[in-house]
Design a protein around this ligand. Structure first.
Ligand code: PPS
Length: 572
């Protein structure tokens, strides 16, 4: 019997076990690049064939073609630039043709790369062409400009070993492992469902219908690499998926975890997801409404139309090699007590349509409100409630920002005392001066050092928030992108309340509590914020407080009221 092409093994980039052992020793002498979390995800899928036909990080010619035409230089369809971004210093020290070792964050070698290409990409062009707009509100564009290095290296990869995962080991499969599994259980037609969210009843109904429609078995294939900032963490999600898996017939449904780093690129991402699923042996792929959507742009509009992803997928379906099962929005029809595709309901005027959006679900969790049985499964709701207790029991961070001498520390101290009075959660104050004494004593005031300082504060605050405490930070934090990065880090674990202490520079200088403004004017202190160094005024802080002619006690009280309105402290 000939093997079906979707189930035959696909090429991987790994060398044999013996060669890997040898290479590991030899690689000790190579220049090492420590991969970022996103690069580790990319490398894993490059090495195990998930990104077949790629043989390494893209060369410049492939990159240009992918950006412009969604194709590699040889014409093969490939919509996403898979690039190795590095800093300028590292790039400058590399010679073309040189082998480098690619290591994980603990220094474990995963593979080597022969650097054939090195170039400085036009990131604005990449943003426009790949993500549709050069707008930092798009998570991947923000990553491109503010996280990724300035230079790209490209070249073929030799795979030594897979990145180690300690969690859900039995649920992770390489493309070849999945293909072998499908062969073993005799599955020929497989429809994959991509997800980065917990599954509720609507998803179960949608996937069930898709499998029926395609006359296929179902593979729930959630992403556990990197998803949209602010998503439910994958540990919680996988526990939710496991609960939902029990609701499907075991003989026709399976689940496998995919260590993909998503880019939220909507239409291009859908095509990419299709290619990845084809590599994993699937024959069909579900594309729903707003597939891999990044949310709103900075003008408050959607980056892509709700069905753009389906349209693009349809156009390239033959080349992708998997058939799309497109789905519209599923909603609950109360009278018939079942889910139906919204656009197939013909008697809309006579029935009650119920739907709970993601935003509404988060609100209900946050406020400890009811989540009805028609919406989700009790086991899923319980998992979510364990992970997201009502806000009044979660940790959070209050982040003051403003000029030196604006009153940040004084208000922060007053707030700390007020919060300690209620005593329900531990409170830690990370004041600018205190941090510089204890955590950042070696740092100065260059942009680089300030960023490092704020990152450290953000890191400590995120740990405090994660563990249910209250962190109050009061640095100057002059750069908006750094504040945003800190916000994103903290919002994974709890709320972030940015308070702009909006005292004007003139007033700060007039007060000149520490005598620093005088010194700054005399040029005795360089890079002084507001005098000889920039300050990005927060555009959308949760709160802005004026301090001129307002008492400290009142300013702190305004913050308390804000925290109360955010549901973070019980109304008193
Ligand atoms: S930053 O930019 O957020 O890292 O700054 P931060 O750590 O909050 O600064 C803490 C205090 O350092 C004093 N100081 C300066 N501030 C700004 N620019 C320069 N060049 C500078 N040199 C020293 C200043 O008093 C800050 O104090 P407060 O009043 O707490 O903001």
């Amino acid at each position: 019997m000939t093997m079906l092409s979707n189930l035959a093994p696909i090429p991987e980039l790994y060398v044999s076990y013996e060669s890997a052992q040898k290479l590991k020793v030899e690689a000790a002498d190579l220049t090492s690049w420590d991969l970022s979390p996103r690069q580790i995800c990319d490398l894993e899928l490059l090495m195990n064939g998930g990104f077949n036909p790629l043989k390494g990080f893209l060369s410049e010619a492939d990159y240009d073609n992918v950006v412009e035409n969604m194709r590699l230089a040889n014409g093969t369809l490939w919509p996403m630039p898979i690039t190795l971004d590095v800093d300028e210093e590292f790039a400058a020290a590399i010679e073309l043709g040189q082998d480098i070792a690619l290591r994980d964050q603990e220094g474990v070698i995963l593979g080597t790369m022969t650097v054939t290409d090195r170039w400085t990409p036009d990131k604005a062009r990449e943003a426009e062409k790949v993500f549709g707009a050069d707008d930092d509100a798009h998570p991947a564009v923000n990553y491109l400009h503010n996280v990724a290095g300035k230079v790209y290296l490209g070249g073929p990869i030799t795979g030594i070993q897979q990145p180690v995962h300690y969690d859900f080991k039995a649920r992770r499969d390489t493309p070849n492992e999945l293909r072998a599994y499908f062969r073993k259980v005799g599955w020929r037609r497989i429809v994959a469902f991509q997800t980065r969210n917990p599954l509720h009843r609507a998803h179960q109904e949608l996937t069930f219908r898709a499998a029926k429609e395609a006359q296929a078995n179902l593979l729930i294939h959630p992403v556990v690499g990197m998803t949209k900032p602010g998503d439910v963490d994958h540990f919680t999600r996988v526990r939710c998926y496991e609960a939902v898996l029990d609701k499907y017939p075991a003989s026709t449904t399976s689940m496998s975890l995919l260590n993909l780093a998503m880019r939220m690129a909507g239409p291009r991402e859908a095509v990419w997801h299709g290619l990845i699923r084809a590599n994993h042996g699937c024959t069909h792929f579900i594309v729903g409404r707003d597939h891999a959507g990044p949310g709103k742009n900075s003008a408050g509009e959607d980056f892509y139309g709700p069905y753009d992803a389906q349209d693009l997928f349809r156009k390239y379906q033959d080349e992708i090699g998997v058939e799309m099962v497109d789905f519209k929005h599923m909603v609950y029809v109360q009278e018939r007590a079942q889910y139906e595709p919204n656009d197939e309901i013909l008697d809309k005027d006579n029935v009650t349509i119920l739907n709970i959006s993601g935003t509404e679900l988060r609100r209900r969790l946050r406020e400890g409100l009811e989540i009805p049985e028609w919406f989700s499964f009790p086991e899923v709701v319980q998992e979510l409630r364990n992970r997201f207790p009502p806000r009044s029991q979660q940790g959070f961070t209050v982040f003051f920002t403003g000029f030196s001498g604006s009153g940040k520390s004084t208000i922060a101290n007053a707030l700390m005392v007020k919060l300690m009075e209620t005593g329900d959660r531990p409170v830690t104050l990370l004041d600018g001066d205190i941090v510089r004494k204890n955590l950042s004593s070696e740092l100065g005031f260059s942009k680089e050092h300030r960023d490092l300082n704020i990152r450290r504060i953000g890191y400590v605050a995120s740990e405090i928030t994660k563990n249910g405490g209250i962190a109050i930070c009061a640095p100057i934090a002059p750069y908006a992108t750094t504040r945003r990065a800190v916000r994103e880090e903290i919002e994974q674990f709890g709320a972030f309340c940015e308070v702009h202490v909006a005292t004007s520079i003139e007033e700060c200088e007039r007060r000149d509590r520490k005598g620093l403004y005088k010194l700054a004017r005399e040029g005795k202190i360089k890079e002084f914020t507001g005098i000889s160094d920039p300050y990005d005024v927060p555009e959308n802080p949760e709160l802005s407080v004026e301090t001129e002619n307002v008492e400290v006690d009142n300013c702190a009280h305004q913050v308390l009221l804000k925290l109360e309105s955010m549901g973070l402290i019980a109304a008193g």
